[in-house]
Design a protein around this ligand. Structure first.
Ligand SMILES: Cc1cc2nc3c(=O)[nH]c(=O)nc-3n(C[C@H](O)[C@H](O)[C@H](O)COP(=O)(O)OP(=O)(O)OC[C@H]3O[C@@H](n4cnc5c(N)ncnc54)[C@H](O)[C@@H]3O)c2cc1C
Length: 442
């Protein structure tokens, strides 16, 4: 029922819902390749308020990504690295090539290091970008670290993805796209060759119509896809990653981000890392505490706060998970790391024994991961669902910020191949930077 809605623009060729790093990259690449009227809608008052700012801030090089099982993710991370480098150089944005040392904390984990070496090369990293260390190499490199070996990825880089996103939005607006902040999309309906997008701006209900819609709404993208009858087999669970800042009392010779080889490959639970932020400050985190929604940053985690989430449909994928003792024990442990810095510190001490509880001197900025589950458990890769005039990106998780430009290009290519938009009218009056080259590949 559309009567009573105020039209703020008659019609757009393309509407992108969500000004996180993915939606903004889609908007920018469209602005350089497509001459139609493009609009980006965002519920907050500026881009990148949620996950795209609330993350670890590492441009991950793809040494740890299986090129067979996660081809798109690996290729997106590899290709996008050079675009971020160019953007940072051109606009003087923070770029701290701190590197990452991923440590094998058990003898078993050493096998993963060999796999990583192969994947790094297969995914396109140059041989001098990484080094595999055995036990003695690691001891000689830094004897404050505890492990059976490690891989050093020298080009992992700490940045502010929030700054990157806002800069790209600025560039997109210079290219003529429109951005409406403070616009919460409440409902989408496909109607023949168009999509009706209803939402609220301030207190006003608003209707916008588009020929095509990109759903890049992060933690709300599944809810919007369900409204079109898409992605019905998936449910979403939200995991909050909390961080602790390290104070001046923490004296260390460590120069890299420190990660450990993940222990639970079928769950999205990485053990916390030591992170060197883009400004050189250090933090410990994140954990993965199950919470009730995508914006539950301050929520005290408890079974009660989750009850409503569990009964949202579809229920079965969640019931199956919560009946797994391994999952429940992990959830408990992750909650503990949110409540207690002692618990968080103990997890990092496995590879950094000199870390003391008192070194953790304050809370960092938490972020929420939105993980899709189906009847087989957690879904590993991003999910792309197509409607008759829309495309929906779900489960867009780490290293999603790293890979966003190339992933956005991939999505646009899919839409264009489906005949929904003509990208031939490429703009030629802009700088020929490598973003345009990427768009040229579309
Ligand atoms: C703890 C943590 C650490 C991470 N660390 C890294 C890392 O180091 N490196 C890396 O590459 N990746 C990392 N990631 C992953 C990365 O941050 C995400 O993959 C990426 O930010 C997702 O971007 P997005 O644009 O899809 O989502 P978001 O940033 O969540 O953007 C979605 C946008 O849509 C808007 N929106 C939602 N619903 C509506 C609506 N109804 N109407 C209008 N607007 C709406 C939201 O307000 C939001 O701005 C991390 C993630 C987490 C949780």
């Amino acid at each position: 029922m559309l009567i009573g809605f105020r039209l703020i623009e008659k019609r757009f060729d393309v509407v992108v819902v969500g000004a996180g790093i993915l939606g903004v990259c889609i908007g920018y690449l469209l602005s350089r390749t497509f001459r139609g009227k493009i609009l980006v809608l965002e519920r907050e008052d500026m881009p990148a308020v949620h996950t795209s700012s609330r993350n670890t801030g590492v441009i991950h090089r793809p040494f740890y990504i299986d090129p067979d099982k996660k081809k798109l993710s690996a290729a997106s991370a590899q290709k996008s690295y050079f675009l971020w480098l160019e953007l940072a150089r051109k606009f003087g944005l923070p770029w701290n090539p701190a590197g990452t040392l991923e440590i094998a904390t058990t003898e078993e984990d050493v096998k993963a290091l060999d796999r990583y070496g192969k994947w790094a090369a297969l995914n396109g990293m140059k041989q001098d970008e990484f080094a595999i260390m055995d036990y003695m190499d690691l001891k000689n490199y830094d004897d404050s670290l505890n492990g059976y070996g490690a891989i050093l990825s020298k080009t992992d880089t700490s940045v502010s993805f929030g700054n990157f996103t806002r800069k790209i939005m600025e560039l997109a607006m210079e290219e003529g796209i429109q951005f409406i902040p403070d616009f919460a999309v409440t409902r989408i309906d496909e109607d023949g060759d168009a999509v009706n997008i209803t939402g609220v701006r301030g207190d006003d209900p608003v209707l916008i119509t588009a020929n095509f819609l990109f759903n890049a709404a992060g933690g709300e993208s599944l809810r919007l896809a369900h409204q079109l009858g898409l992605a019905g087999k998936y449910a979403v669970l939200h995991f909050r990653g909390d961080y602790w800042t390290l104070g001046d009392s923490f004296k260390t010779a460590v120069r890299h981000n420190l990660y450990s080889v993940p222990r639970h490959m079928k769950f999205p639970f990485l053990d916390p890392h030591l992170i060197i932020r883009h400004d050189g400050s250090m933090e410990i985190g994140p954990n993965a505490a199950l919470v009730s929604g995508p914006y539950a940053y301050g929520e005290h985690v408890s079974r009660l706060s989750l009850a409503g989430k569990i009964v949202e449909r579809p229920v079965y994928p969640k019931l199956k998970l919560i009946s797994s003792p391994e999952f429940i024990s992990l959830v408990r442990s992750e909650w503990k790391s949110s409540r207690s810095k002692e618990h968080m510190a103990a997890r990092v001490r496995r590879f950094l024994p000199s870390l003391e509880d008192s070194h953790l001197d304050g809370r960092g900025i938490s972020g929420v991961r939105n993980s899709l589950v189906d009847n087989n458990g957690f879904v590993a890769e991003a999910v792309i669902e197509k409607g008759s005039s829309s495309i929906h990106i779900l489960n867009y998780n780490s290293p999603g910020a790293t890979g966003a430009p190339a992933f956005a290009a991939h999505i646009i290519k899919l839409v264009s191949a489906g005949g929904f938009m003509n990208l031939d009218k490429r703009k030629t009056d802009s700088d020929h930077d490598i973003w345009v080259d990427l768009a040229g590949d579309l």
